[in-house]
Design a protein. Structure first.
Length: 282
């Protein structure tokens, strides 16, 4: 019950993260948001990092930089989607990540993929079509959410390889420390100094990201992956409720139908992998 409660709290925090991005939309460039998200996230975990993590012992230094660049790109892509597309639709498309990891592991890592997982992947992409509604009602901003899911899947595949010879603590610390300078370089061409109010929201977002990662990590230390992984989909009703409260957005039926298909397909994929380590990429 405690682990489930932590996952519910993490879902609400993920919804608040999306709300903050929407509040900053049009005022702060997504690249600037990405930089401050990394900066404040690093500041939140820096005391823990300095005391416990030996960064020099990692064998993957350049891979960490590449992973941080991909993570920054995935964050910015999702931020663009949150800023312009309906929040529930954008959040629903991020749930395609487990399906993409399944296909990537099969295509690039040579992992055996059963018929059930392949069927789940195909069904999941059917759910995508239901949400994006190609043709009438198509919102091109949703493509950024899908791009973010693709990049996150690539990162997960990299983590599978890197985690064999590196610790979770170093993977998290290196990711944040590499993202800050990369984020600054990317943000400089479009830089505008945030106001104090905007800076407060950015600081809150960074703290939310660090707390979210902590809650999920703690939850998965308390209960089985097969029980907790499907609870990650609580992010959708959480963000839908917050979008209604803050912006009067009401998700259409197609969003819930498509999301239901994606969630079912992703849960099937996660269930078939339940004996393998679950990695959290926040």
């Amino acid at each position: 019950m405690l682990a489930a409660g932590l996952m519910l709290a993490a879902a609400v925090l993920a919804g608040l993260d999306a709300v903050i991005v929407r509040l900053l939309a049009g005022q702060v460039h997504p690249l600037v948001i990405g930089f401050f998200r990394a900066l404040f996230g690093l500041l939140a975990v820096l005391p823990w990092t300095l005391g416990r993590v030996d960064l020099r012992a990692s064998p993957w230094r350049w891979m960490h930089v590449l992973r941080a660049g991909l993570k920054l790109a995935s964050l910015v892509a999702v931020f663009v989607a949150f800023a312009h597309a309906p929040l529930a639709d954008a959040m629903a498309l991020t749930f395609t990540m487990p399906l993409l990891v399944t296909l990537g592991a099969w295509a690039f890592l040579g992992e055996a993929v059963g018929a059930a997982r392949l069927l789940g992947a195909v069904a999941g992409f059917g759910g995508i079509l239901i949400i994006v509604r190609p043709g009438a009602g198509f919102d091109p901003w949703l493509l950024f959410a899908f791009a973010g899911a693709v990049l996150t899947a690539v990162i997960q595949l990299m983590l599978r390889h890197m985690a064999h010879t590196d610790t979770t603590e170093r993977l998290v610390a290196w990711n944040l420390m590499a993202m800050v300078p990369l984020g600054l370089v990317a943000a400089l061409p479009v830089w505008t100094t945030p106001t104090l109010t905007q800076l407060g929201l950015l600081a809150l977002q960074g703290a939310i990201g660090a707390l979210n990662m902590t809650l999920i990590t703690r939850a998965f230390s308390l209960a089985d992956v097969s029980f907790l992984a499907p609870l990650d989909f609580l992010r959708l009703p959480a963000v839908a409720l917050l979008a209604w409260l803050f912006f009067a957005e009401v998700a259409p039926a197609s969003t819930w139908i498509g999301a239901g298909v994606i969630v079912t397909a992703s849960a099937l994929s996660l269930h078939s992998r339940r004996k393998k380590p679950f990695s959290v990429e926040q």
